[in-house]
Design a protein around this ligand. Sequence first.
Ligand code: GDP
Ligand code: MG
Length: 370
Amino acid sequence: TGSLTVGELAKKLGKEPSEIIKKLLFLGIMATINQEIELEAIQLIAEEYGVKVEEKIEIDEDQFELIEDHDDPADLTVRPPVVTIMGHVDHGKTTLLDAIRKSKIVAGEAGGITQHIGAYQVVINDKKITFLDTPGHAAFTSMRARGAKVTDITILVVAADDGMMPQTIEAINHAKAANVPIIVAVNKMDKPEANPDRVKQQLAEHGLLPEEWGGDTIYVPVSALKQEGLDELLEMILLVAEVQELKANPNRLAKGTIIESQLDKGRGAVATVLVQNGTLRVGDPIVAGATYGKVRAMVNDRGKRIKEAGPSTPVEITGLNEVPHAGDPFVVFEEERKARVIGEKRALKLRQSELNATSKVTLDDLYKQI
Ligand code: GDP
Ligand code: MG
């Protein structure tokens, strides 16, 4: 980026290479015709000929969207699994998420205030698990539609009294399409009508054959209400995560996905982001969707201000110019101006596509009237 050989520069300026080499010598740079010279030197030389040189910032947009990375294997370290909870309405998703959060967070910190940022982490056997607390299916599907793969494991909650329901099947299909392993939490085991075997039978017909029946799906009986079976469920999550060998490179600039976002009166755009690779730091120039900025402050799921967040960490950030969308990818750049250029380019693109969409609607409306 931004460098030329002496020969190329001479050609661009319409001068003899020997003349450029002489000028470079005056600047204290010994160069041959095929040598690349730095942008700064190019600018100085060009100025002498009355030419102003600006670095063109070119970044491959496709690269921006890429979630897979080519990190040096030596840099890769184990990262916590990212877990989402799915299931039919009223089968206990919210109760289960709250029960896990309560049992693992508040217990260890008397009077500790947990912050609802749309995701949280728990620690079990010295290992972390990240739970996404996003409003169920909608977030999951919209994120997937945007190509963001954020989930490593899905917990399918099925009420033991109710059994399989339409949204249970929907959840199975989503998880399968995204190639995300499923652990079944058979919930409401405290109820007298609970019938876990019926749940297993029903789900087995949808490809989730229980381990104890010779299949490879883990079923864990739980009661979210009575907080029973939670440790077993968490241990199974860690087991499945271990098999997946989830890894990331903390020694690079962060990238990840916007989980939630909102406009706060005092703090401006506030976004919960999931760091999927690299380490996010306060002060980092960042592009998220079609907006950009500089990370001003970071708060973790316990309401604590932090300075950096590694892979699989959910964190609430401020400092973006505008509110990004849930599911938007984010990327950190070394230089603030790069983040700005990309952010502005994307905002422009977005406005154009919105403009196109609106004019289309108007046309449709016209046709409808006819
Ligand atoms: P969601 O729609 O899947 O988020 O379900 P909720 O978590 O809101 O739970 C729906 C209802 O089921 C609530 O009244 C809960 O108190 C109740 N519930 C959730 N888990 C259990 C459980 O383990 N046992 C019993 N008896 N009730 C539960
Ligand atoms: Mg709920």
